[in-house]
Write a protein of this length. Structure first.
Ligand code: SAM
Length: 185
């Protein structure tokens, strides 16, 4: 995506309020605990705040400054950046509710993943993998509306394991949770 187009979309971006996919990811982080946790694309801050109960340091990132200004669930440590690009520490848990819809254009950065639902997710995941600690876990949400198997193959090609840990059928799609770990920890 061209930088000028992205800037235009970000000017119009709005906070994504907690929805089915948010709650689906919430169910998977209930029992997670550790030192450092990162919520990429934290949006309203709903999930970031849940992580605060079980991690010593929780950071949220989002590419949309509008979203961070509007946040319904204010996050203490929040950074406006692409994925995990501005961070230099590694995390025990990284979560991300991706913009996964397969779309010809990226009009809404909260939901549109670009061609086959892969353009934005691939960039976000690639940045996240760099910040995963030795025994860390990265859990992301994707959907049957995207080419999620290609995304999983992409993760594996970077020498990480990737497995589907849960699926949830909705009226028009199936939500999919993927857990990623380092292959050699
Ligand atoms: C589907 S919403 C999820 C919001 C929230 N985490 C939730 O589960 O309700 C995706 C979020 O990712 C953000 N986002 C999109 N592309 C991003 C990127 N490259 N880096 C960081 N955040 C991004 C959007 O602004 C949006 O807030």
């Amino acid at each position: 995506m061209k930088l000028s187009n992205l800037q235009k979309q970000l000017e119009n971006s709005k906070q994504y309020l907690p929805a089915e996919d948010t709650f689906f990811l919430e169910d998977s982080i209930d029992r997670e605990k550790g030192n450092f946790a990162l919520d990429i694309g934290c949006g309203s801050g709903y999930l970031t705040n849940i992580l605060k109960d079980s991690f010593n340091l929780v950071v949220g990132t989002d590419i949309s400054y509008n979203t961070l200004r509007e946040q319904n669930y204010k996050v203490e440590n929040v950074i406006c950046c692409n994925s995990a690009d501005a961070l230099r520490i590694n995390f025990d848990l990284i979560i991300c509710n991706l913009p996964y819809l397969a779309t010809d254009e990226i009009i809404d950065v909260a939901t549109d993943g670009g061609k086959d639902g892969l353009e934005l997710p691939t960039e976000i995941i690639s940045s996240a993998l760099n910040r995963l600690s030795k025994n860390g876990k990265f859990i992301f949400v994707t959907s049957s509306l995207s080419d999620y198997m290609t995304l999983i193959d992409y993760v594996k090609s970077k020498k990480f394991s990737a497995e589907i840990i849960s699926k949830k059928k909705l009226f028009f799609e199936e939500l999919i949770l993927v857990k990623v770990k380092r292959l050699f920890s």
